[in-house]
Design a protein around this ligand. Structure first.
Ligand code: CP
Ligand code: NVA
Length: 296
């Protein structure tokens, strides 16, 4: 690896993460203020669908004065048409940065290992670190991280959950996670984040929490398990009754897309406590700060 990449939420130190959030807030106040990435190009490699990740990176590059190239799954066929290291080497000669959304985490890691430009993880099966940046930015705006608000995550121990755990460790924000047996965060994340409470009890996780977060029950690539998961995860739905156990006026968070009526009810997602669309917007501001840090 010849340049700084962002493959895991653990790749940032506390001061870098704090600085990044402050710089994101400044960029949010003046979205078209300066063009530090004039003529810079970001190559965006997607193995899976996306709405927010694609649009926020593309909009972000344009607002910063640069350009983003969308490479659809069938365009590149990384690992089939040519090797992953060769994809990384070629893109390093043609672009100033690479953003990759992959199935296997090893794919984005291999790209980072062989690229000479920064590689950003836009979601893998293990992590979604850009999402976690936007999530903590949203929590910071609503609850001020200096006051150490408690975050509760309820549902599947996904990529999103893993990155939240790592960034909660980096930023020293208390996190409780409730998952059904067999769907907990991977053991290595539990080991590396010993302060995170992992419980099967959603009521315990949410009790008095300042923010309640959930993600879909079947992630991209798990569609064939959706029916079985609907039964297993039923008690983990974030609805008005579960939210009632959190702090008064606790915010509701969701990375989106939401499967309404499954992991969250319309009442909660569309209700006054929902900050889910702030999170979606904050993808833009957080990633602009990241792009400036890595590529400018
Ligand atoms: N939250 C998120 O990453 O959304 P997309 O899958 O639409 O990019
Ligand atoms: N866990 C979900 C997140 C989508 C943004 C998935 O991987 O599909």
């Amino acid at each position: 690896m010849h340049s700084r990449s962002f493959v895991s939420a653990a790749d940032l130190s506390r001061s870098e993460a704090e600085q990044l959030l402050e710089s994101a807030l400044a960029l949010k106040r003046q979205p078209r203020g300066s063009r530090p990435l004039e003529r810079r190009v970001l190559a965006m490699l997607f193995e899976k669908p996306s709405l927010r990740t694609r649009v926020s990176f593309e909009t972000g590059m344009v607002q910063l004065g640069g350009h983003a190239i969308y490479l659809a799954p069938d365009d590149v066929r990384a690992g089939t048409r040519e090797s992953l290291p060769d994809v990384a080497r070629n893109l390093s000669r043609l672009a100033d940065g690479i953003m990759a959304r992959t199935f296997a985490h090893a794919t984005v890691q291999t790209l980072a290992d062989h690229a000479e430009v920064p590689v950003i993880n836009g979601l893998s099966d293990r992590e979604h670190p850009c999402q976690a940046l936007a999530d903590f930015l949203t929590l910071h705006e609503h609850r001020d991280l200096a006051r150490r608000p408690t975050l509760a995550y309820v549902g599947d121990g996904t990529n999103v959950c893993h990155s939240l755990m790592l960034l909660s460790r980096v930023l020293d924000v208390p996190l409780r996670v409730a998952c059904p047996a067999g769907y907990e965060p991977a053991p290595e994340f539990q080991t590396s984040c010993p302060a995170v409470l992992v419980t099967p009890d959603p009521v315990q996780a949410v009790a008095g929490a300042d923010a309640v977060y959930t993600d879909v029950w079947a992630s991209m690539g798990q569609e064939d398990q959706a029916e079985a998961r609907r039964r297993i995860f039923r008690p983990y739905q974030v609805n008005a009754a579960l939210m009632a156990g959190a702090a008064k006026d606790a915010i509701f968070l969701h990375c989106l897309p939401a499967h309404r009526g499954e992991e969250v009810t319309d009442e909660v997602l569309d209700g006054p406590q929902s900050a889910a669309y702030d999170q979606a917007e904050n993808r833009l501001h957080a990633q602009k700060a990241l792009l400036v840090m890595l590529i400018a």
